[in-house]
Design a protein around this ligand. Structure first.
Ligand code: CP
Length: 312
């Protein structure tokens, strides 16, 4: 795999291999010295045109655990403010030695553009492009689900699992990447959100679509994945009032009490406590939100290992 740009085109074999590799790498965190020499000599560059806490830091942690060198670029404070283009920025970091570029960008398709432009030779990992895809988030979410339902998850898919994804589906790259990957792994996906926050063409996606969160909970899903409202991607006034959103789409403690005892509460972060999820639910025993973060490091180790192995 030369690049990782999305989950829509990720084969089941590739997804299972990444999940299995991440599972093996997860043991590294428990070592006295949590480091492997696997990527010694490699340089990974974080190229972030949008803010991030989890993705940027976990790619950095993953690269360091594999002994790669790490450089970090953030658009804020860079020469982008002086008009430097994506092409010139990418060629500049490659000239400094980048073998793998991890890019977050506000434009859908930006990672594919960089990967296929011919501007650079480095492998490209999409760390979130506009509303399009966030593949490593979906992979770490699948790893979290697999860990929860299988004693030994290696080689296993997610057939038979039902995951409900709730919130601002229209603007969520996390929803899209999860839907494609969960579908590939055999899980059933239900997308839930107000009509104003469902994207055009959603009826053609491989998912059940609902606007009634309480009705979706009647089906006793195995996991509920809560999403924040992506206000930064909405033009003009909010499409849905906050009061109505919280009333109809928040995972409140009353709604969480309706979940079956085995059901997982997930959130990719950052959370808006008291909006899409009650604080007590985020901190409850059924919440695996910090497991998602932990799995993010081992999954990103697996993706870096995969791309480093594929270099020409
Ligand atoms: N889940 C996620 O992408 O979080 P960050 O925006 O903090 O990277």
């Amino acid at each position: 795999m030369k690049h990782l740009l999305g989950t829509q085109d990720l084969s089941k074999d590739d997804a299972l291999r990444l999940l299995d590799t991440a599972y093996e790498f997860s043991a590294v965190a428990h070592r006295h010295v949590p480091k492997l020499p696997t990527l010694r000599g490699a340089t990974m560059v974080n190229l972030f045109f949008e803010d991030s806490t989890r993705t940027r830091l976990s790619f950095e942690a993953a690269a360091k655990r594999l002994s790669a060198d790490v450089m970090t670029f953030q658009a804020a404070g860079s020469s982008v403010s002086k008009g430097e283009s994506l092409k010139d920025t990418a060629q500049t970091v490659e000239a400094m030695g980048a073998d793998i570029i991890v890019m977050r960008h506000f434009s859908s398709g930006a990672a594919a553009r960089l990967a296929h432009s011919g501007w650079i030779q480095a492998g490209v990992i999409n760390a979130g492009d506009g509303t399009h895809e966030h593949p490593t988030q979906a992979l770490l979410d699948a790893a979290t689900l697999r860990d929860a339902v299988q004693d030994d998850p290696r080689g296993k898919d997610l057939a038979g699992l039902h995951v409900v994804i709730v919130g601002d589906i229209a603007h969520s790259r996390v929803a899209r990447s999860n839907m494609w990957l969960l579908n590939t792994l055999g899980a059933k996906v239900t997308l839930v959100g107000p009509a104003e926050l469902l994207p055009e063409g959603v009826a053609d996606w491989p998912a059940e679509v609902m606007s009634d969160f309480d009705a979706a909970l009647d089906s006793q899903p195995d996991a509920v994945m809560m999403l924040r409202m992506q206000n930064e991607r909405q033009e003009g006034a909010p499409r849905v009032s906050l009061t109505h959103y919280v009333r109809d789409y928040s995972l409140s403690s009353a709604r969480a009490a309706r979940l079956s005892t085995h059901a997982l509460v997930m959130h990719p972060g950052p959370m808006n406590r008291g909006v899409e999820i009650a604080s007590s639910v985020a901190d409850s025993a059924q919440s695996v939100i910090l497991d998602q973060v932990r799995n993010g490091v081992s999954m990103r180790m697996a993706v870096l290992y995969e791309l480093w192995g594929a270099r020409s």
